[in-house]
Design a protein around this ligand. Sequence first.
Ligand code: ADA
Length: 563
Amino acid sequence: MIRTFDMHRVRKGRELTERLWEFKACEGEHANQVLKVATPSCWEGYPGYAGYRGKGIYTTTFEAEGNIRLECKGVCHTATVYLDGKKIAEHYNAYTSFATIVKDLPKGEHILEILADNSFSEKSALHIPNDYMSYGGIGRPVVLETIEDVYIKNILVTPCKTENGWNAQVQVCLVNVSDEKHVIDLDTILSGKGLKKEKWSKQGIVVEPKEELVISESMACKDVVEWCPEEPELYYITSNLYEQGVAIDDYIDRFGFRQIAIEGKKILLNNKALRIKGVCRHEDHPQFTCALPYAAMAADLQIIKDMGCNSVRTSHYPNDEVFLDLCDEEGILVWEENHARGLSLEDMQNPNFEPQAENVIREMIPLHYNHPSIYIWGILNECASDSEYGKDCYAKQFALIKELDPSRPRSFASFKFKTDICFGLPEVVSYNIYPLWYHDTPVDAYLDDLYQWVQKETEGAGKPFLITEVGAGAIYGYHDAYNSKWTEEYQAEALEKQLQAILGYDDCSGVYIWQFCDVKVSKEWFDKRPRTMNNKGIVDEYRRKKQSYEVVKNLFHSYGNYF
Ligand code: ADA
């Protein structure tokens, strides 16, 4: 599934995944053995390939002619794409989409090969041995579209509340892939509850050869319904492109009328102070690896809602677009972050780190800009925010976010206890804390001590304060007479104390539990993680409830979405 709604009626396209491809490992014990595999999928899910770290090549064929647009939504983690034996694209990072245009393809059958590489090396500054898995394969859909010489690359919609109601600031990006000038007409229509066919037409737009042209318009929308967790009302924007009266392309996206603002220590959604009741979620499953199918994503979201969560943190990378579509539809707020977890100062000094981390931001924001569920952009989870070098990296990435999207607040999850020097940079201060797990400090004392330090000693004073991780480990089905750490009983007791302290702390805007489900981790973490899994899930990897599930459910349902 590409999206939970159709993005095109004029443009012809289809998902090349959702069918069997040929797969061959390029090295190791299975080198060059041909497997027929369903895609999207990762080779760790193929019998005998679970531990394979290296290169693998996926092959399929398709019929097409003319200009094609090939989009890979997520290749894990480094992709080299060949069409009829010729390299047409390269991309680093499993969690962001990349598209390639090939012009004037001759009519007939074509061979598409995607070489995926999940190996660790200096070349990979973000995918490193870590407390989650970097899988190998085609983790998200591959989409093939045919386009004319001018097509709509994307539409960005920024909802703005005015004294007269709402405005939609619209930016339509057109691209001319040809060597000739084209003159086109553009119609853009907003549709949804309370809208009377808001239409904006622009004729005679000249798009020069190879030009990328952004056409902007502010469209007044008076009687619309605001998006919020309680009533996640969605609207559609449809742009149609014509040349000499003939429809040559279209682009349909979805958005919501909602406003995020910061007022003192509060995060406001439509002028109401939010209380975040969230959970951190990895894209991980023992059968589907990171390539969760639609039904599995929807099932996760059902559990998340059942627990009384109103938010998900996409720890620690941009998520699958379909999951974000579901969050839009279900009214689940999203903290989305670029890809990084626990990178040391030395890791951040890898010359590949900054370009790779910044590129994730450049790809993530335009791709996910219109999702009303995303209320904040995060970066660099638990990286070296206690160092001047790290601060410079954080500052550059926050500036890039501001440039690409000034409409949303920014934050990062710190674990630098009383040593962080970056709280002057973001709008929201966020901390990952583990009292009662990594240290047996009473939660309320620890929380207040940390919060007061932020107020007295840092530039984060007076800003909204979020706990972006808190939790404890439990092995599903493990109990003992002592209620030891790793028993379900201990996790339930710890989370009860942690959540009561945090949700009861009025200067805290909310909490994200670490984590939704148990997940596989890199084999290098075996000594820190029983089962070579991160076992802090409220449910285990098969989504089986641990005792803490009911504790979380009771507490989260006993607090509202707003202060
Ligand atoms: C950190 C990190 C998480 C996870 C967690 C843990 O806060 O951000 O990815 O590793 O610790 O389980 O200890």
